[in-house]
Design a protein around this ligand. Structure first.
Ligand code: NAD
Ligand code: TYD
Length: 352
């Protein structure tokens, strides 16, 4: 069936994997990628699909309500998969307003445009909002986030994502907009911008630089390979129930320090270094303010209702990720020049 799908944030880390999945799998769909190309957006991520006949890229900021409405009028989308966001917790601590403007106002601009475009007929339409498990706040040593866990965000990033989730649900309840929301755990994989823990450590091991571990390193995250997130989005977009939320995860919790040790072990092996060479780069640094202790997703709903399961184990996914970074040094070189250096010095100091 021919459909037009707008994917926002398609030049970013997760968005580029979602665009690839849809362009290659649904050759009868028109995929329109809308992205403002901030520091995190990179068209190099999509080199392999940019010439496909069912793919179009439009440079557009979602904070611009008129521009967004005009795009909806031109393309008359059947579906929206909304990933565009400011996504880094540490940046949100430094510049929270940017997160309100893109993550909250930008989302409302998209909701208004969808509501206007679909006002006469919502049959076959869907607004899929891509969100995070961070909206649920933090867990203690035990327990899992379910779809019924009350929202309790602590960082400006998670507060802005929680707010956007509430708006999406409100547009469903108030105006009957057909929506689904997915809340996923931490992603890792190819094309990950090296300000987040895993790609930053890969980069620093390569350059023999310190591996900065916040606080005592006992903070716990639940990690999912990015390709498996893209597969889950495909599944929920097509088969999820209208108005519902789905948690996405792979029951894969790691304490930061254990994860970084595993990363060092794999990198020593791949780089032919003596074992435990890279571990010596581990450096404990000042903790992140408001740092959530533990995230862990209960993914039983998507598992039992939609038959979802991740395709790789963490060790396999991490190995694929390291291999990708080792064979894409130019990508790494390009994204770590200029603005990245400035950010890095501000966050970790010149010596880092
Ligand atoms: P990212 O920072 O790598 O990419 C974000 C993309 O959005 C970039 O291409 C950027 O150019 C674009 N963008 C930013 N502001 C924009 C604006 N005002 N207008 C248009 N485009 C804009 O982020 P990511 O890690 O790929 O995350 C994508 C989505 O998934 C986000 O909504 C994030 O909250 C969510 N999410 C991320 C994770 C994770 O671990 N990275 C986990 C769960 C959910
Ligand atoms: P991050 O990749 O920023 O994802 P999020 O904050 O969205 O979970 O961080 C993952 C974990 O790693 C988190 O507990 C913070 C920690 N961390 C470090 O210890 N050092 C770092 O340099 C970074 C970027 C993160």
């Amino acid at each position: 069936m021919n459909k037009t799908i707008l994917i926002t944030g398609g030049a970013g880390f997760i968005g580029s994997h979602v665009v690839r999945e849809f362009v290659n799998k649904y050759t009868d769909y028109q995929i329109v990628n809308i992205d403002a190309l901030t520091y995190a957006g990179n068209l190099e991520n999509l080199k392999d699909v940019e010439r496909k006949p069912n793919y179009t890229f439009i440079k557009q900021d979602i904070r611009d309500a008129e521009g967004i409405l005009a795009l909806f009028k031109t393309y008359q989308p059947d579906g929206v998969i909304h990933l565009a966001a400011e996504s880094h917790v540490d940046r949100s601590i430094v510049a929270p307003t940017d997160f309100v403007m893109t993550n909250v106002v930008g989302t409302v601009n998209l909701l208004n445009a969808a509501r206007e475009t679909w006002k006469d007929n919502t049959e076959g339409k869907r607004f899929h909002h891509v969100s995070t498990d961070e909206v649920y706040g933090t867990l203690g040593e035990t327990g899992l986030f379910t779809e019924h866990t009350p929202y309790d965000p602590h960082s400006p990033y998670s507060a802005s994502k929680a707010s956007s989730d509430h708006f999406v649900r409100a547009y469903h309840d108030t105006y009957g907009l057909p929506i689904v929301i997915t809340n996923c755990s931490n992603n890792y994989g190819p094309n990950h911008f090296p300000e987040k823990l895993i790609p930053l450590c890969i980069l620093n091991v390569l350059n023999n630089k310190p591996l900065p571990i916040y606080g005592n390193g006992k903070y716990t995250r639940d990690w999912l390979f990015v390709v498996d997130h893209a597969r889950a989005i495909d599944l929920v977009f097509h088969e999820g129930n209208n108005g519902e939320s789905y948690n996405i995860g792979g029951f894969n919790e790691w304490k930061n320090i254990d994860l970084v040790r595993e990363l060092c072990r794999q990198m020593d092996e791949k780089l032919g270094r003596t074992s435990e060479t890279s571990e010596q780069l581990i450096t404990y640094v000042k903790d992140r303010p408001g740092h959530d202790l533990r995230y862990a997703i209960d993914a039983s709903k998507i598992n039992t209702e939609l038959g979802y399961a991740p395709s790789v184990t963490f060790e396999e996914g991490l190995s694929l990720t390291i291999d990708w970074f080792l064979s894409n040094r130019e990508w790494l070189q390009n994204v770590t020049s200029g603005g990245y250096q400035k950010y890095y010095e501000e966050q970790y100091g010149k010596q880092g």
